[in-house]
Ligand binder design. Sequence first.
Ligand code: NAD
Length: 381
Amino acid sequence: LMVYFFLFSCDVMSGTSSAETYVVSFLCFEMFCSFTQKYPPVKFLSEKDRKRILITGGAGFVGSHLTDKLMMDGHEVTVVDNFFTGRKRNVEHWIGHENFELINHDVVEPLYIEVDQIYHLASPASPPNYMYNPIKTLKTNTIGTLNMLGLAKRVGARLLLASTSEVYGDPEVHPQNEDYWGHVNPIGPRACYDEGKRVAETMCYAYMKQEGVEVRVARIFNTFGPRMHMNDGRVVSNFILQALQGEPLTGSGNCLNLFLLFYSDLVNGLVALMNSNVSSPVNLGNPEEHTILEFAQLIKKLVGSGSEIQFLSEAQDDPQKRKPDIRKAKLLLGWEPVVPLEEGLNKAIHYFRKELEYQANNQYIPKPKPARMKKGRTRHN
Ligand SMILES: NC(=O)c1ccc[n+]([C@@H]2O[C@H](COP(=O)([O-])OP(=O)(O)OC[C@H]3O[C@@H](n4cnc5c(N)ncnc54)[C@H](O)[C@@H]3O)[C@@H](O)[C@H]2O)c1
């Protein structure tokens, strides 16, 4: 089709100057692109309102939904990701769009680009992922955050840190408000993440006080929804996958109460916080409480599964309960969760069902290739 357009334009322009031919060819090419590439609808924003926004970890679960929102709002979005837990598939529907850029980059290395806002989300989020390589988790949250704050300082951008309710550790007060300092084991298996995020918050406020960088800190509580990692390892994905596969639903005996936020509520909260004048930390979570048994029964009902429910012993340092106090977000941002649990779960179940089908249809067993050797050199594996 493209070749056809080119020949057509040359034909139309025969007898005209080469510059005119080029212009018509280019317009035909643009027409071709607009016919063949379908992007989700994007609002038009004037230059004054359109922001250049960097999202680190933008190919992950939360980051890709945030990318969708900011793109559809009409901003220019650059996603930076090293694809440790994220994947291109989460943002592929934007590739080629003039407002979108995807950079394969590790935030542990400095980055030099021009932006107005930075949503700093790069970090594995689920325990199996952040415990997989604790040193890397620490580097990402410390050196990575320093690099992003350095960038914010250089270009005068505002930075929002995706912090976590894990900064409260295994809390001694319920619910947790933002003034609670937390109860964290600094040498336990979760410390690489908990302490990494705590020091990331410290860095934000050091840059704010010493260098005048504008910072926003979101303390995010357990969030779920489509595009979650298949081996996220937390209760929502575990129960849904187990129910879909007819296996027993296995919950940790200690984690008796659940507070679950749907991703779209979180994304709205992050954007509201970024564009507010609230520079102190803000909890974003859902205070609606469900017991793990109620939750397991709900999943079974929604999936239509006959799986049995089993409780396992707790993992080391599993928090007993973490309930967000969201009065500050309500008061200062006018934000609160609006998506009912059942509605969110139906969307998550649909996603996990499709992912299982996708995996079943794409079983790929790589064939070993003979090693290619350069003449005269031995190959060291
Ligand atoms: N999902 C939740 O329930 C939750 C709760 C609290 C806090 N958070 C925070 O929100 C953020 C996003 O979480 P998520 O659930 O989308 O997790 P995710 O694992 O799906 O996304 C994290 C993204 O960061 C990328 N990344 C990791 N290390 C990187 C590095 N060194 N350089 C560049 N990219 C890197 C990953 O590849 C991935 O795309 C994280 O900072 C997490 O700590 C999430």
